[in-house]
Design a protein around this ligand. Structure first.
Ligand code: NIG
Ligand code: ZN
Length: 400
């Protein structure tokens, strides 16, 4: 069965050289078609629907069914390449304290660990599913989900198994922080052995990625040598690499990610020139998480500096109970435009095709023949309304 979608005022394909694309700097790099149509086909219990045709509505072929979007816009579904959705508990008081000046240092992660360990599978699954639904309702069609609030072999495996129920982009983050009861020298060393040994062996079959919170500025997280050990062990176990780096201060995270060929280094808030140069000459994506700076009152990363240096940039939510309890990719786009020097077109690219690169995927983040039919509909005549109408729920996933 095939379906024709018409009534699309602006269609963002994400294909830079798309035939008939609008030539206007406002839409640069987005392959925007006006008065467009899409035909999708296939799809069923075992397979996703795919795009069969894209082009001007006047030339659209016939299909078995038709939907008229009546003057709305369509963009590729957002790719949220960084989230921590498997958790229980509440840290709203920590957020309130930060808004009155208490700095973030990662210490609150222990609060979530305790609540998450105490939750039943059913409670955690329900919370996770609600958060994924919340994302879909705002246009996100692909999400990466990390463990990291279990920090025992059993609790980390449980988080990954649950995450796998909602996405294939599952990340082992046993190296989120050293658990609070292991903070002396011997306990720390023993925890690192566990993360790189027994816990990794138990977790690797349930994950695609390994990640580490590389942040010498936090007493709870890991330094450069410890992070290298985690990443090398993860790679040895068959996992691909991602890094949390340079969130709270300058540090070794970015250089390590580049040196080891990580797909992405996330945060990148505090960067020296050497880090920007290293990223520019690499295949490692710099994933920026502006919701974190919003919710921690830190300075925003300088996206303009990265883009001007030729760095591949992605945007993601980092939805988590501590540094950013927002799952809204439209908000991240608006913050990137308002606070980080990105043009609307750069921000939308970073949240779609840029983020697909951060997951080393080429089947998502664009709308093109043969790709999955992953779209978001914008209830407006132009996709530019995404950052323009900040805070207004005008983006949703198109369920087909
Ligand atoms: N930086 C480390 N992890 C999360 C925060 C987790 C938390 O505070 O619960 C982040 O990406 O910001
Ligand atoms: Zn994170």
């Amino acid at each position: 069965m095939s379906m024709l979608i018409t009534g699309i005022t602006e269609l963002v394909t994400g294909e830079e050289g798309a035939d008939g694309a609008v030539e206007d700097p406002l839409h640069a790099g987005l392959g925007v078609l006006r008065d467009a149509a899409i035909v999708i086909g296939g799809g069923g219990e075992d397979s996703a629907a795919t795009v069969e045709w894209v082009g001007p509505a006047a030339q659209a072929p016939a299909a078995d069914w038709a939907i008229d979007l009546e003057g709305r816009s369509v963009v590729p579904g957002f790719v949220d390449s960084h989230s921590h959705l498997v958790f229980a508990g509440d840290r709203s008081a920590e957020f309130a304290a930060r808004m009155s000046g208490t700095p973030y240092d990662g210490g609150g992660i222990a609060v979530t660990v305790e609540a998450t360990r105490a939750a039943s599978d059913h409670e955690l699954r329900t919370l996770l599913q609600r958060r994924v639904q919340e994302m879909r309702a705002q246009g996100t069609t692909t999400v990466e989900v990390k463990s990291g609030y279990g920090l025992t072999v059993e609790d980390e495996v449980r988080a990954l198994r649950l995450a796998k129920e909602v996405t294939d982009e599952v990340t082992y983050l046993g190296a989120h922080v050293v658990p609070p009861d292991r903070r002396d020298e011997a306990g720390r060393a023993a925890y690192l052995d566990l993360v790189c040994g027994q816990m990794l062996q138990a977790c690797a079959p349930h994950a695609r990625w390994v990640d580490v919170f590389c942040e010498p500025a936090s007493p709870h997280a890991f330094d450069g040598d410890e992070s290298r050990r985690v990443l090398e062990a993860g790679r040895q176990a068959g996992l691909e690499l991602r890094v949390h780096g340079n969130q709270l201060g300058e540090g070794p995270g970015v250089q390590l990610a580049v040196e080891l060929g990580a797909a992405s280094v996330d945060h990148c808030t505090f960067l020296a020139d050497a880090e920007v140069e290293a990223l520019a000459g690499s295949d490692t994506v710099a994933t920026l998480l502006p919701g974190v700076e919003f919710s921690t009152r830190q300075p925003y990363p300088d996206a303009r500096r990265l883009l001007d240096a030729g760095v591949q940039v992605a945007l993601a939510s980092d939805c988590n109970p501590g540094t950013c309890y927002s799952s809204s990719m439209p908000l991240m786009i608006a913050l990137a435009v308002r606070e980080m020097g990105m043009t609307p077109a750069e921000a939308l690219r970073a949240a779609t095709v840029g983020a697909s690169k951060a997951l080393r995927r080429n089947d998502i983040g664009r709308i093109a023949v043969g790709l999955r039919a992953d779209f978001a509909v914008v209830d407006a005549p132009s996709w530019l309304h995404i950052p323009y109408r900040v805070g207004v729920p005008i983006v949703r996933t198109l369920e087909v």
